[in-house]
Design a protein around this ligand. Structure first.
Ligand SMILES: C[S@@+](CC[C@H](N)C(=O)[O-])C[C@H]1O[C@@H](n2cnc3c(N)ncnc32)[C@H](O)[C@@H]1O
Length: 365
């Protein structure tokens, strides 16, 4: 966790979020850090703590990633492997472990998940890309389209004289680097998957990406290559839940939620958070392919995709538009939209999923 970002974003406790500064989070212990003039600059391992005396919740920092999640114990119980995954296991032993665990085991699912996103975030920088790798990272194209739709008006500035940007559901992080380069802002990439954030953190801190690429079935190649990422100095990655974010009310100049909302258990809670954290005059970029699945979201929480007999025929787009200025996003007015932005995910050597995402851009009053 970079000091620059900690001091600019001033995280608040996602568990108690008491009014005012009472729920500010402080650095309670430093076990590993880079330092300058005797002060920490980048906290790699340690502990954060809520300063509210009635809460005092602890938040660990691991591999440079602060885990600012209210329900840590739930997460530890549901995804223990995310916290214990060793990316240093050699391909021979790892392949034996994957064969042993079997298809759709937690280990194979984690590799598959990393391999869905990492090649599409960093594969364009791989000198020897695997078949099916996009020549231009699809997420950078999405960020480019979002920044264009946001217009040229300067974003409100944060305490470091840079706009504060949160990239929610950042995955393995390439979009956060692209946002920093395109906006000049200080960017925090937020995700709930620690294994993905560790990959992002290594790209940030070591300038190298190392990730599995699914070839076929349970066969994965490991790719490792340098990544030269403009804007990296202004990026940090935090673990947080998009339903309960560790940001103060009205504190961010730009909030992005790219291909996230249809992965969430409670889209309405996420929308309320987007409205809460965007500063007056600040912007929101929301895009989604509306790829609803009951594994992620129970059908009543979907935006469209049900109730075909309604006047809108169950379409998602008019319901998404109507959110702006409505009860879940009362402060945010819709400014622009792009109906169909191409986005793709590599599945394996012979399969790529192609989406057309719907981008909506708004501004907080
Ligand atoms: C479809 S991926 C999109 C990744 C990236 N934004 C992109 O467009 O390539 C959705 C991401 O949201 C993350 N995610 C899912 N639920 C989340 C939650 N409750 N809070 C934060 N991130 C979450 C997943 O781990 C995953 O990285």
């Amino acid at each position: 966790m970079k000091r620059l970002h900690f001091e600019a974003f001033r995280p608040v406790c996602p568990a108690c979020r008491a009014p005012g500064a009472a729920s500010a989070v402080r650095v309670a212990a430093i076990d590993q850090a880079t330092t300058a003039a005797g002060d920490w600059v980048d906290l790699l391992e340690g502990m954060l703590e809520c300063t509210n005396p009635d809460c005092l919740r602890e938040y660990p920092v691991l591999d440079g990633v602060p885990m600012l999640v209210a329900d840590m114990s739930g997460l530890l119980r549901s995804s223990p492997l995310h916290f214990a995954f060793r990316e240093d296991i050699g391909p021979r032993v790892l392949s034996a472990l994957v064969d042993g665990a079997g298809p759709d085991s937690e280990l194979e699912r984690l590799l598959r998940f990393l391999s869905h996103y990492a090649p599409d975030h960093y594969g364009d920088l791989d000198p020897e890309p695997c078949p099916g790798t996009a020549p231009v990272a699809p997420i950078t194209q999405l960020v480019g389209a979002a920044v264009e739709a946001l217009g040229l008006a300067p974003l409100p500035e944060g305490p470091e004289s840079s706009p504060l940007v949160a990239d929610l559901g950042c995955g393995v992080g390439r979009g956060s680097f692209a946002l920093a380069a395109a906006t000049g802002g200080l960017v925090v990439g937020v995700d709930l998957n620690l294994a993905m954030l560790q990959l992002a953190s290594r790209a940030l801190r070591r300038g190298r990406a190392r990730y599995p690429v699914r070839r076929v079935g349970m066969v994965y190649s490991w790719r490792e290559h340098p990544v030269d990422l403009p804007g990296a100095a202004r990026v940090d990655f935090w673990m947080a839940d998009a339903h309960a974010l560790p940001f103060a009310d009205a504190s961010l100049g730009l909030v992005t939620s790219l291909n996230l909302i249809d992965c969430l258990g409670d889209p309405a809670a996420h929308l309320r958070e987007l409205d809460r954290i965007t500063a007056p005059g600040g912007k929101l970029a929301l895009c989604t392919p509306y790829d609803w699945s009951p594994n992620a979201t129970a059908a009543p929480g979907w935006i469209g995709g049900h109730s075909q007999r309604a006047v809108d025929g169950g379409a998602s787009e008019p319901r998404a538009r109507a959110l702006f200025g409505g009860p879940l996003l009362p402060r945010i007015a819709l400014q622009a939209e792009v109906h169909a932005l191409p986005w793709q995910l590599r599945v394996h050597d012979r399969s790529t999923m192609h989406y057309q995402t719907h981008l909506l851009v708004g501004q907080a009053g």
